[in-house]
Write a protein that binds this ligand. Structure first.
Ligand code: PGA
Length: 226
């Protein structure tokens, strides 16, 4: 059975109370999680302890890391500050690029920081030119991580890419970087997830909106692992 990766990206959502309620609702479902699933949960940094205390630490990722080592960088969280707690770091999400001006050079630095701290980078791209650029900055960037392909028109719009086009894009990306796992993200839901995961070149999905609802997210996970 295909190993399947499901990443939940909470973005800038959930109060402390909402995060706690989510964790409380999700914990009882853990024993039913499929064996062929790699689950990655990316809450805001300050909710990480809720996940650790509830025994969900093996699934933890973050949505961003600093491009710098620890030091005098006010407001930033360095990869080495969190590597005891989290295994994965998303870098270069399209919202980081769009609202915070992250370029491929910045994303490349974040990949280096993550790898240096022993955290697996999940490199987000929305078109293949970014793959070529990143390879210029960090030639082996894909070897120790994974890629999350999220076309801009599909993120948060309810208008997912077609599984065929996503698969074709993943194939083209793998021609550039080799056999790194590629995830598709952008309006993935419990109904369309299966069609993406039946595609040859897709290893998983990145989920934003649906991951905020523990019941719907669990439903999506169960559909993903079929
Ligand atoms: P969405 O977000 O599932 O809400 O479209 C995906 C993402 O940005 O990771």
């Amino acid at each position: 059975m295909k190993q399947t990766i499901v990443l939940g990206n909470w973005k800038s959502h959930n109060t402390r109370g909402e995060a706690k309620a989510w964790v409380d609702a999700f914990v009882p479902k853990i024993p039913s999680l499929p064996h062929n699933l790699t689950l990655i949960l990316c809450p805001a940094y300050h909710h990480i302890d809720l996940f650790l205390n509830a025994g969900l630490g093996t699934y933890l990722g973050v949505q961003n890391v600093s491009m710098y080592e620890k030091g005098a960088y006010t407001g930033e969280i360095a990869a080495s500050m969190i590597n005891d707690d989290v295994r994965y770091a998303m870098v270069g999400h399209s919202e980081r690029r769009r609202y915070f001006g992250e370029t491929d050079a910045v994303v490349g630095e974040k990949v280096k920081q993550s790898l240096g701290a022993g955290i697996t980078p999940i490199v987000c791209i929305s078109d293949i030119s970014q793959v070529h650029n990143l390879k210029g900055f960090v030639p082996d960037f894909a070897e120790k991580g994974m890629l999350l392909y999220e076309p801009l028109f599909a993120v948060g719009t309810g208008n997912a890419d077609s599984p065929e086009h996503a698969d074709e894009t993943a194939r083209a990306i793998q021609e550039v970087i080799g056999a790194t796992p590629i995830l598709y993200g952008g309006s993935v839901d419990p109904v369309n997830v299966g069609a993406f995961l039946h595609k040859e070149h897709l290893s998983g999905v990145g989920v934003g909106g649906v991951s905020l609802d523990p019941e719907k997210f669990f439903d999506l996970i169960m559909q993903a692992a079929l």
